[in-house]
Design a protein around this ligand. Structure first.
Ligand SMILES: *Cc1c(COP(=O)(O)O)cnc(C)c1O
Length: 362
């Protein structure tokens, strides 16, 4: 059996260290906003080379907090990719704004800046680029557009922890970077968790207040906030894993390079567009024979997943506004994409088995 991610193996390696850290949390019995949370925020900020890192309850909340702190509200339009996880759009809706879905570049699967430019209207306030599958979006072009039209950029870094463009980490190009620590992400905890990063002192302060019931001083509430905090247990786990993130991402790149070398010519392999470093949260191929490949792999106990089968403009919840609008690149990609198992511990022998199985299905 080869799963999409194998968290068991990683846990076995980290077990002793994890248990020691967790025991300390249990002994201290301080579970919310304690010393591990502050230490993790400092360590993550240092790693990402950003001034402020504020942990919260999930990546979805990170996006929500960032948009709210940036003042995005009802009547505003926020441009984002149609080829992403629903959370990116949910956050836009939570603040009452309208998501405007834009098509992707057919090779990188990230927002196409030219199409973003065409989608800008007088009501556009923000752009949310998603660094999909771990590859940085075209930030130079998007930052240029944002400057020209006076727009805010909030980056969805849920899949790109550790990815950079010329040594600038994703999350540092916009007013905020939104990270997810969902267990299967490149840096994952053992439950839900998230974080917003920013260089902006006012944004950081606003988000710090919002994540903790709109409160700066206990039982004094200036705005309606949320209960969105990372807990000490998750922070302790993340501190252990953060020390290994460079290795994890390097190993993911090894797996991807191996796959691409073996699969070249058989399917369309992921394209590195050279804008930044791809950290391969997912390894996603394109093939018109997706069904056959999936079935063959499944029969051989090899997991696959389709990220994503339906672009957001074709989801029931948004369909009414997009019934007459086609975003053809995403629609085509959604019909042919297939994500293969990828995790740092995946061996070259396992990769060879997966590739041989794929080839036998084609
Ligand atoms: C995982 C993910 C999120 C949401 O993160 P959660 O921590 O699960 O709330 C948002 N955007 C993208 C692109 C994701 O992959």
């Amino acid at each position: 059996m080869i799963p999409m991610v194998d968290l068991k193996q990683q846990y076995q390696i980290l077990k002793a260290e994890m248990e020691q850290q967790l025991q300390q949390v249990f002994d201290a019995t301080q579970f919310i906003l304690g010393p591990n949370v502050s230490a993790f925020e400092k360590e993550a900020a240092a790693y990402l080379k950003v001034k402020h890192a504020l942990s919260c309850a999930s990546g979805t909340d990170a996006l929500h907090l960032a948009l709210r702190a940036a003042g995005i509200k009802a009547g505003d339009e926020v441009i984002t990719s149609t080829f992403t996880f629903i959370a990116t759009a949910e956050a836009i809706c939570y603040v009452g704004a309208t998501p405007v879905f834009v098509d992707i570049d057919p090779r990188s699967f990230n927002l196409d800046p030219e199409l973003v430019a065409q989608a800008i209207t007088p009501r556009t306030r923000a752009i949310i680029p998603v660094h999909l599958f771990g590859q940085p979006a075209n930030m130079p072009a998007l930052v240029g557009l944002a400057k020209k039209h006076n727009l805010i950029i909030v980056e969805d870094c849920a899949q790109s922890f550790g990815a950079d463009i010329n040594t600038t980490m994703t999350g540092n190009f916009g007013v905020a970077g939104c990270h997810s620590f969902f267990p299967s992400k490149n840096l994952g905890c053992y439950g839900d968790g998230g974080m917003v990063t920013t260089q902006d002192d006012a944004m950081a302060e606003a988000m710090r207040v919002l994540r903790n019931h709109g409160s700066q001083q206990r039982y004094h509430h200036d705005v309606i906030g949320y209960n969105s905090r990372l807990d000490e247990i998750q922070a302790a786990i993340l501190r252990v894993k953060l020390r290994h993130i460079e290795t994890y991402n390097r190993e993911r790149r090894r797996v991807a390079q191996r796959y691409s070398a073996l699969l070249a010519g058989s399917v369309i392999t992921p394209h590195e567009d050279g804008i930044g470093t791809h950290v391969y949260h997912q390894y996603t191929i394109l093939t018109p024979k997706r069904e056959a490949v999936m079935q063959k792999l499944s029969a051989n106990k090899i997991a696959t997943a389709i990220y994503y089968p339906i672009p957001l403009h074709r989801q029931k919840v948004f369909f009414a506004d997009y019934a007459d609008i086609s975003l053809p690149v995403s629609e085509k990609v959604a019909s042919e994409c297939l994500s293969l198992p990828i995790y740092p511990e995946l061996t070259d022998a396992q990769i060879a088995t997966i590739v041989a199985t794929i080839k036998s299905a084609l």
